[in-house]
Write a protein that binds this ligand. Structure first.
Ligand SMILES: [Zn+2]
Length: 293
């Protein structure tokens, strides 16, 4: 076992010395991939002149410059993730550079999903029933609106350095991925993170970005959507009030609104979401990313 490892290391160092080097280094924010994970793939181009391309399950991924700083020249990244319910069993990355092609295979490890019951007040029950049965079209239109909304690529890079939590003092009231059964009988996976806090508690922008939506929707209530660039969006639902306007640039930590219970919410809380394009991933992984400031 030890000798085997030793030989592998020896072989690796020989092949590196002989020049069979791939002109790119590949790093992932996670060693193990789970459905619902937010993953940041970081590539470093070692040869200044070579072109660099990467595919994820045969689909070409656009690479974004990691930072404009001189020390990060040749550093690239992209955000990725897989749905909590619909996910591939394995992910194959192919990195093409002038020196050749390198393949990296990652297997997705399923997660055990916690189940939770959501008790709704009578008025909320009515609202949900109205939205899902009588006004099914309305609920579907709202879902479709956001699906289309997040399908637009965001190629400008706004975020800078590490991400912060949206509410400074709060209680995690519902984690990402929970399978919820509503008192109306409806079942759904929770594709955001809920933070319970008193109405009026300040909600902050988790990083620099552009407000691409600030408005009101029947189910989600008063909402803000921030585009951080590189196809990463953060969403803030059920706000009591909104302090920013669509189109404005917000700095990291800026007060953008306050916690509330507008729309379909059982008590004051912030439903915080992270999307890689239209894919909702676990928002709590955002501030765990190892990002150089
Ligand atoms: Zn929620």
């Amino acid at each position: 076992m030890f000798i085997n490892t030793f030989l592998k290391i020896l072989f690796l160092s020989i092949s590196l010395r002989q020049g069979a080097v791939y002109a790119a280094r590949f790093y992932c924010s996670q060693k193990v991939f789970h459905p619902g994970d937010l993953i940041m793939v970081h590539l470093i181009k070692e040869d200044r002149d070579s072109t660099l391309r990467v595919t994820e399950n045969k689909q070409e991924r656009r690479l974004y410059p990691y930072s404009s700083r001189a020390c990060h020249r040749n550093h690239y990244f992209f955000f990725t993730g897989f749905d909590i319910k619909y996910y591939p069993s394995q992910v194959t990355y192919k990195i093409y550079s002038a020196a050749g092609c390198r393949t990296i295979i990652k297997h997705l490890q399923p997660v055990s999903i916690a189940a939770g019951k959501v008790k709704l007040k009578r008025t909320q029950k009515k609202k949900l029933a109205a939205a899902t049965r009588r006004n099914r079209k309305l609920a579907m239109a709202e879902n479709k609106f956001f699906h289309n909304f997040f399908s637009n690529e965001s190629t400008n890079i706004y975020w800078e350095g590490g991400f912060i939590q949206p509410v400074a003092v709060c209680r995690l009231s519902s984690a990402y991925g929970k399978l919820r059964t509503y008192s109306t009988g409806r079942k759904s996976y929770h594709r955001g993170v809920d933070y319970a806090a008193p109405t009026g508690t300040s909600v902050r922008a988790v990083n620099r970005g552009r407000v691409v939506y600030a408005g009101r929707k029947r189910m989600r209530g008063r909402i803000i959507v921030i585009d951080h660039g590189g196809n990463l969006f953060t969403t803030y639902w059920h706000l009591n009030n909104i302090l920013v306007q669509t189109g404005s640039i917000v700095e990291k930590g800026a007060a953008i609104g306050t916690v509330g219970e507008t729309g379909l919410a059982s008590g004051p809380h912030l439903h915080f979401g992270v999307r890689i394009l239209s894919m909702p991933v676990n928002g709590e992984m955002l501030w765990q990313l190892d990002i150089d400031n």
